[in-house]
Write a protein that binds this ligand. Structure first.
Ligand code: IDP
Ligand code: MG
Length: 156
C-alpha cells in the first residue's frame, strides 16, 4: 500500500431529495466507477433525534431546524465506502457544500442548485467518518471482503 494514502472508510448518505429524485443509482455509480468498495448500505428514516446527533456541530446555525426537517422528510440511503484516501476523495466527488459553487462533474455540481437540497452527505475528516459510521451502523454491519477488481484499481 502507498505510504502517504491510507485505506479509509467514509460515510456517504444520499439525502431524501436524492432518493426521491432517483439519484441512488447515479451516485453509487460514481463511487463504484472510481474504484471504491461498498461495505455497508441501507435505506433508513432514523428520526429527528438521530439526525440532530449527526449534525450536532451545526445546532447553533439558523438553518438547523430546516436542515433536520429536510433530512427527516423521507428515506436516506446510508452507505460506507472504503478505499485509499476515501474521505478526502469522497468530498471531492461530492463537490462544495453550496451546489452553485460546485464544479460540474461533482455530484452536487451535476444534480443540485440549493444548499438546502444538496442531495448527498460525505464525511469531512477521518475522525468524523468513524463517528458517523458508528452512529448510522451497528458494530459488524459493514462487511469485510476483497473486491475482485482490487489489483486492477491499485498498483500495490
Ligand atoms: P457539508 O454537507 O458539505 O459537510 P456542512 O457545512 O457540514 O456542509 O452543512 C451540513 C449541511 O447543512 C449541508 O450539506 C446542507 O444540507 C446544510 N446547510 C449548510 N449550510 C446551509 C445554509 O446556509 N442554508 C441551508 N442549509 C445549509
Ligand atoms: Mg459537514
Amino acid at each position: 500500500m502507498s505510504s502517504e494514502h491510507a485505506t479509509e472508510q467514509t460515510f456517504i448518505a444520499i439525502k431524501p431529495d436524492g432518493v426521491q429524485r432517483g439519484l441512488i443509482g447515479p451516485i453509487i455509480t460514481r463511487f463504484e466507477q472510481r474504484g471504491f468498495k461498498l461495505v455497508a448500505i441501507k435505506l433508513t428514516t432514523p428520526g429527528k433525534e438521530h439526525l440532530q446527533a449527526h449534525y450536532a456541530d451545526l445546532s447553533d446555525k439558523a438553518f438547523f431546524a430546516g436542515l433536520i426537517e429536510y433530512m427527516n422528510s423521507g428515506p436516506i440511503c446510508a452507505m460506507v465506502w472504503e478505499g485509499r484516501d476515501a474521505v478526502k476523495t469522497g468530498r471531492t466527488i461530492l463537490g462544495a457544500t453550496n451546489p452553485l459553487a460546485s464544479a460540474p462533474g461533482t455530484i452536487r455540481g451535476d444534480y443540485a442548485i440549493d444548499v438546502g437540497r444538496n442531495v448527498c452527505h460525505g464525511s469531512d475528516t477521518v475522525e468524523n467518518a468513524q463517528k458517523e459510521i458508528a452512529l448510522w451502523f451497528k458494530e459488524g454491519e459493514a462487511v469485510s471482503y476483497k473486491a475482485a477488481q482490487y489489483g486492477w484499481v491499485y498498483e500495490k
